[in-house]
Design a protein around this ligand. Sequence first.
Ligand code: HEC
Ligand code: HEC
Ligand code: HEC
Ligand code: HEC
Ligand code: HEC
Length: 237
Amino acid sequence: MSTKEDKVKDVSEDGVEESAETTSVQTGKTDPGNGAEGPIILFFLVGLLISLIIGWVIFPKLLYSHKKQPFDFNHALHMGEVDNGCESCHFFREDGSFSGAPGLAQCIYCHDDLQGVSPDEVVFVENYVATNREVPWLIYSKQPDCVFFSHAAHIKGAHMDCTVCHGYIGESDHLKVYEENRITGYSRDIWGKNIAGLKKNSWDRMKMDDCAECHMEATGRTSSVQTKKDGCFVCHK
Ligand code: HEC
Ligand code: HEC
Ligand code: HEC
Ligand code: HEC
Ligand code: HEC
């Protein structure tokens, strides 16, 4: 009994709504120049612009804290001074492990005394060489402690170039600012240069998916490469 009434009610309500819509559309059509849309559209565009600025300019700036290296270091200059290229400072030890960021031992050979007049060298020699303290370099490519990465597998095994993962740091005149993500603690070089996740170069980002993506591509060539599905303990300790 009640269902019939409800149905009738529904229909009549729908009818009312429909007619209301039609009238509003009709009014819009018949009165195109009432001018109310102008300020609304402008308001919307201004709001959109503000959120775009917050999202693309302000938020990324707030998201990353900027840290300076203890002092600047010029790779290009040093490549002209050393005899053994990159390996003068970044080399494999006897046990096959990678030396990583150089220690004082790779520097004092030349810097037991000042070589020039650069203020960066003065900081280096006075604060570190003279006091025999290792330089606390910030590592742009630093992965969390749970990740196992082997330079030997990639450089000796797969003959990869440093630039594939690091870009052109080895040819630079200056060390760039280190950017640390305030939320995750990751370096920007790991978390991604582009906040939208777009990647132009292979070295723009080095998250788990980036490692896995290349490993998957490489599976065709090298059978020993494992992908994410094959096991987490290839890359995790
Ligand atoms: C005279 C020593 C020296 C030589 C030669 C040298 N480097 Fe470096 N390299 C350094 C120092 C010092 C740093 C600073 C450590 C840091 O900030 O990571 C560094 C940092 C780097 C980093 C940054 C690692 C990171 O994630 O923080 C890369 C990549 C690198 N060097 C590549 C190269 C390449 C490629 C070459 C050869 C073209 C080269 N280096 C030659 C001393 C040297
Ligand atoms: C083969 C010799 C040699 C070695 C090894 C070497 N340097 Fe130098 N370094 C030089 C010379 C030469 C200059 C240039 C001085 C000038 O003309 O101002 C220089 C300049 C510098 C400067 C000032 C210019 C700049 O790079 O910003 C710093 C800082 C510096 N060296 C740090 C280091 C560190 C750290 C190491 C070890 C990782 C190192 N050097 C290893 C020879 C060397
Ligand atoms: C397949 C990618 C890849 C390639 C190729 C590669 N690296 Fe790295 N490199 C990394 C990753 C990832 C880390 C960080 C490792 C970590 O934090 O455990 C790193 C770390 C470093 C560091 C800092 C290590 C430290 O903690 O002291 C230096 C210096 C460096 N690499 C230099 C080089 C040089 C020089 C080459 C070329 C001979 C090279 N890398 C090739 C991925 C790569
Ligand atoms: C651009 C390609 C590329 C990228 C990026 C890359 N890898 Fe690799 N990786 C390889 C290749 C190729 C091998 C195989 C070397 C071999 O079989 O000798 C390998 C081997 C390894 C191995 C040794 C595996 C084994 O079975 O012995 C580990 C561990 C590893 N990668 C970890 C990582 C991690 C962690 C990252 C990201 C931080 C990474 N890789 C990024 C190409 C890449
Ligand atoms: C090819 C290398 C590789 C393999 C295989 C891999 N991971 Fe990772 N994983 C990484 C790297 C590099 C990071 C750090 C960068 C990031 O967070 O994306 C990471 C980060 C993580 C994190 C976040 C840890 C943190 O401290 O933020 C978790 C969780 C994780 N991996 C789980 C897994 C599991 C589960 C598997 C197996 C299904 C796996 N991973 C396989 C390379 C790998």
